[in-house]
Design a protein around this ligand. Structure first.
Ligand SMILES: *Cc1c(COP(=O)(O)O)cnc(C)c1O
Length: 433
């Protein structure tokens, strides 16, 4: 399969090149040249499949030309060693729990897949590959843990100083080995800019092999479509698959875009809701047709504090830049921190379900906007214990259990390298490594 750039001013590349480059030279994002439909018997029989079998069938459409079937199966089996169950929260509203992986957030799926795929592509290559990843909280931990100990790969995690929770920070600053954490004196957009600038820098490119593990990378982004199919599989089994509405807590919009891909592949989804916190550029676009990127503001759903979402370029490309067509599939909502807190409280007291601040935006969108006859599923993108200091005071002490693997991270010692937000400093740092 060939991949083209959303900016369409550079030649197409192979899957391997797209994964190794991350971002295209014209700053566009890579898109697969074909999005094939799944055959109708796949949907007829889907209830008989496992999560891995469902994922493997979908993965074959994107990666099947470039990765032998047995290898792809191994990669999928290693990636999906945990389930993503659907949990009914209240009538017609279910949570798709994506937080049962090692770092308790949905990004484990894409990060683990990408690590294994890159390992396969590198083989016995002797040149070290450097993975740069900007994080507003959860990406760093998922990528760092996914790539931990993978030979031939070094990961640099750039994160905004003082803007991620202690638990999030511990998940990527305590690992050591091939993982280096860079604590940037700036916000998430500064971190993302430093990463993007590195890819555009000719001198750096000749000095070292650089790639990105943000959702701009196709190997991280595309596997996120797997669990939409799997949610359908589970709902169909329960007879709840009619007029499906997916509500997706969104920041960089990789997760939602993967859902749009699933729909394009034939998954019977009626519509999507893009749930935002106060970082609302896409919400505004959906209302007005105008896209005005601006600096991000800090919220309690910090993994969604993004002011210029990378994957918006993919959405535009997928719909041929038609605002009308985009609005036919996606509507937007925007919630304040107070509304998010109130939702966590309401759902805990009525349904005894503990939401995290991100999932809460998705859940509220369904509580507010589901129509009669629709079945709503929101993506619960992280375990609420990752946001202990926000969630516990709302649901009450003792009502939020902390998974063992999270407690283990907390016991580790933080090691990070302080960095300014100036590109020249970051470049100097990379050149000295
Ligand atoms: C990254 C993240 C999001 C946003 O996902 P995007 O793909 O960037 O839109 C939402 N919730 C959590 C917990 C996250 O870590």
């Amino acid at each position: 399969m060939q991949f083209y750039s959303t900016n369409k001013s550079v030649p197409n590349v192979s899957l391997k090149q797209a994964v190794l480059k991350g971002l295209a030279d014209d700053k566009g994002l890579y898109m697969p040249e074909r999005i094939e439909s799944m055959p109708s018997d796949f949907f007829d029989n889907i209830s008989n499949l496992t999560f891995s079998e469902t994922a493997l069938a979908v993965a074959g459409k994107f990666f099947g030309d470039d990765v032998p079937a047995d290898k792809l199966k191994t990669i999928i089996d290693q990636t999906l060693s945990f389930e993503c169950p659907v949990h009914e929260v209240r009538p017609n509203i279910s949570s798709l729990e994506l937080f049962h992986g090692p770092t308790l957030a949905f990004k484990d799926v894409g990060a683990r897949f990408m690590a294994r795929l890159l390992e396969y592509f590198l083989g016995n290559n002797d040149k070290e590959v450097n993975v740069l990843v900007a994080t507003s909280g959860d990406t760093g931990s998922a990528v760092a843990n996914g790539f931990l100990g993978v030979p031939g790969i070094h990961v640099y995690v750039l994160y905004p100083k003082g803007k991620v929770s202690e638990i999030q920070e511990k998940q990527f600053t305590t690992l050591g080995q091939n993982i280096t954490a860079l604590e940037v004196d700036g916000n998430f957009d500064d971190c993302q800019r430093l990463v993007k600038s590195s890819f555009m820098d000719k001198q750096l490119q000749s000095h070292m092999v650089l790639t990105s593990a943000n959702s701009i990378n196709v190997a991280r982004f595309l596997p996120q479509s797997f669990y939409y199919f799997d949610a359908y599989r589970q709902l169909k089994k329960a007879g709840l698959d009619k007029n499906l509405v997916f509500s997706v807590p969104s920041g960089n919009f990789g997760n939602l875009t993967a859902g749009l891909f699933a729909k394009r592949m034939g998954l019977p989804v009626k519509r999507f809701i893009a749930a935002n916190n106060e970082n609302d550029v896409v919400y505004e676009y959906l209302q007005t047709g105008k896209y005005n990127p601006r600096p991000s503001v800090q919220t309690i759903a910090n993994a969604m504090d993004v002011g210029d979402p990378s994957n918006f370029a993919r959405i535009l490309d997928l719909y041929d830049h038609s605002w009308k067509n985009i609005c036919a599939d996606i509507s937007g909502v925007r919630y304040s921190d107070d509304e998010i807190r109130a939702t966590i409280k309401d759902v805990y007291s009525k349904d005894k379900y503990v939401l995290d601040p991100h999932g809460a935006t998705g859940c509220k969108a369904l509580i507010d906007g589901l129509n009669p006859g629709e079945t709503g599923v929101f993506l619960e993108t992280a375990h609420p214990a990752k946001f202990m200091t926000t969630v516990e005071p709302i649901v009450g002490k003792g009502n939020l259990s902390v998974p063992v693997r999270l407690a283990k991270f907390m016991a580790g010692e933080k090691v990070s390298v302080p960095l300014s937000k100036e590109f020249k400093d970051f470049k100097e740092f990379l050149n000295s490594h």
